[in-house]
Design a protein around this ligand. Sequence first.
Ligand SMILES: NC(=O)c1ccc[n+]([C@@H]2O[C@H](COP(=O)([O-])OP(=O)(O)OC[C@H]3O[C@@H](n4cnc5c(N)ncnc54)[C@H](O)[C@@H]3O)[C@@H](O)[C@H]2O)c1
Length: 293
Amino acid sequence: MSEPLPAGEIERVAVVGAGTMGHGIAQVIAGAGLQVTLVDVSDQALEAALERVRRSLGRMVKAGRISEEQAEGARARIVPSTDLESAAGDAQHVVETVIEDLEAKQQVLGRLDALCASEVIFASNTSQFSISRLAAATSRPDRVIGSHWFNPPPMMDLIEVVRGVATSQQTLEVTLGLAERYGRQTVVCKKDTQGFITSRLISTLALEAMRILEEGIADVEDINRACVLAFNHAMGPLDTIDFSGLDTTLKVAEAMTSHYGERFMAPQNLRTLVAAGHLGAKSGRGFRDYEKA
Ligand SMILES: NC(=O)c1ccc[n+]([C@@H]2O[C@H](COP(=O)([O-])OP(=O)(O)OC[C@H]3O[C@@H](n4cnc5c(N)ncnc54)[C@H](O)[C@@H]3O)[C@@H](O)[C@H]2O)c1
């Protein structure tokens, strides 16, 4: 079994899952000069992802954050693919960012384990699942780590790095080194625990915001404004949920509840909106109506 490549020598990354997070993660990694294969099961998701990357890079050029050439270079370094086998075979590092479903993630990691070279590290972008549980789906638990990005990745500085019980020191160091190459700051969650640091904290605020709405105490606008103006948050919690996806928020709440009990239980309004297909900005409606906007 070979040693993981040092962060400075990794040039080809597979990002598996091209949804809300995958396209933005691919954009940041390609922006740092690495080659990215962006993998999804859906051609439609890949097309939408590339369009979102194009638009995001365009906004960054307009804002003077990057040049036209840098944007073009980043865009050209992202190759979309539905062929996990060839993407995995070629990758020196993998970011797993498929839907927040334990079985789906374990299945993808198990397949990657069979397809990737033995030195390749798998960095999962899960918001809250135990890294050790994900790692157990592979034969390389020492090379599986949590690397939790924030939405939208091109705008957010932090990657929360999470150690599973078997994650090696070398895997941690490579992951921290890659984050530095991507121009991101890191915090390390030393102990593998459901929800890590950030999802435990943000879930309490988000769930309470939904309960305040459900109890008729304040409307969407004022709940959001309260957090922006009182706590200096860049965005209110209900807008954050709309932007992250109500379905992902519900999945996180359910998994956190199964671990910690009723303190993370999803309110009825979240369940109802998800059941109605109102998943937030991505579906046109969540706590706000984006079709009218
Ligand atoms: N949305 C957020 O704000 C946010 C923030 C931080 C972390 N996360 C985490 O990032 C991960 C992805 O979340 P998202 O919001 O991007 O979800 P999403 O539903 O927007 O996208 C998931 C993508 O994964 C694809 N997919 C499903 N199964 C696949 C497979 N077997 N192989 C390849 N692709 C597959 C889907 O087609 C979809 O395009 C989750 O673990 C989530 O918890 C999300």
